[in-house]
Design a protein around this ligand. Sequence first.
Ligand SMILES: [Zn+2]
Length: 133
Amino acid sequence: MRSALDPPGDGAEGSPVVIMHEVGIMESAIAAVLEQARQHGARKVHRIVLRVGALSGVEPEALRFAFDIVARDTLADGAALVIDTVPARARCPDCDLEFDASPGFIFSCPRCSRLSGDLRHGRELELSQVEMS
Ligand SMILES: [Zn+2]
């Protein structure tokens, strides 16, 4: 049986440098998916849902492109990839309000104007759901 954890040969696929980051992320995601498939004795992965934070620095389009490369010839080949974008949310250290955070690193509380760098959501990068049979 093929193991998802094996290093991918010499790795010289000639992929564009701009998506190497996403390829690495997708390799980890697909490895986790294939491990789940192996544990369940699945023959085919139908659908994969990834939660991607708005501030995770990952491009959904690059992720899709990476998916096509990484999933090829695995049980996940041809699976639907759903990218669930998580909006950025920060928490105020003074009044404890959780509020929408626009892109950046420091956020201002809409209730008391206190600056907060306490980002609670928006940097997620996780596998949230896998459908297989
Ligand atoms: Zn506040």
